[in-house]
Design a protein around this ligand. Structure first.
Ligand code: 5GP
Length: 191
């Protein structure tokens, strides 16, 4: 998606060979017009997929996920990161290793918002090693719902998340695919 690639080139900061900072339009301040365009792009790609819900992880997935849900005219759920949720019977809880925080988080979704057989589109801001997306897919499947696909705003293709998710049988749609962050430069896969 060209507008997204341009924005990453203009405003992204390469923090290291592994981490890109995009806090001016996605991870802190949010660009609503770009998020709307991202939502329309995911919605167009999944127009025929029968999606009934969009699922993301708080907090950075919420902006692209809500715009996708708006374009698809379905509800959006954000999985919550909280401690000591396991005792609550009404929640589906999975442990997810956080790439940025380098710690395990328990993430949870209330059972009442996912129904057996319902098709769920998972959206996230970044894809690195696939832990967040796999955790959300496990939550969907534990509820009896079905993963329609995984939509990623920025995929770092030099890390193995996309391969892992595709090998597990999931459809993955990434709007920007980064081949390398070496030498403080963002190089896209399509270049
Ligand atoms: P994964 O679970 O695929 O290893 O990592 C994806 C999650 O880690 C995303 O939800 C995102 O919040 C965070 N993340 C991974 N890589 C980056 C990055 O380069 N920049 C930022 N800002 N977040 C990242």
């Amino acid at each position: 998606m060209k507008a997204l690639q341009d924005k990453i080139r203009q405003e992204g900061t390469v923090l290291s060979d592994r981490v890109l900072k995009v806090d001016s339009f996605l991870n802190h301040q949010v660009d609503p017009e770009l998020m709307a365009a991202i939502g329309q792009e995911f919605a167009a790609r999944y127009a025929e997929a029968g999606v009934g819900k969009v699922l993301t992880l708080e907090s950075s997935g919420i902006a692209p996920a809500v715009m996708t849900a708006l374009a698809l005219k379905v509800p959006m759920i954000f999985a919550r990161k909280q401690k000591s949720l396991t005792l609550n019977e009404d929640l589906i809880v999975k442990t997810v290793y956080s790439f940025t925080k380098e710690q395990k988080n328990e993430v949870a979704v209330s059972k009442k918002f996912l129904s057996p057989g319902e098709k769920v589109l998972i959206i996230d801001d970044f894809l690195a090693y696939g832990e967040a997306a796999l955790g959300m897919a496990q939550i969907v499947e534990a509820s009896g719902a079905v993963v329609a696909g995984i939509g990623i705003v920025i995929e770092k293709s030099f890390q193995n998340g996309a391969d892992k998710l595709r090998e597990a049988g999931y459809r993955v749609d990434s709007l920007a695919r980064i081949a390398s962050l070496a030498d403080k430069q963002v190089t896209f896969l399509e270049e």
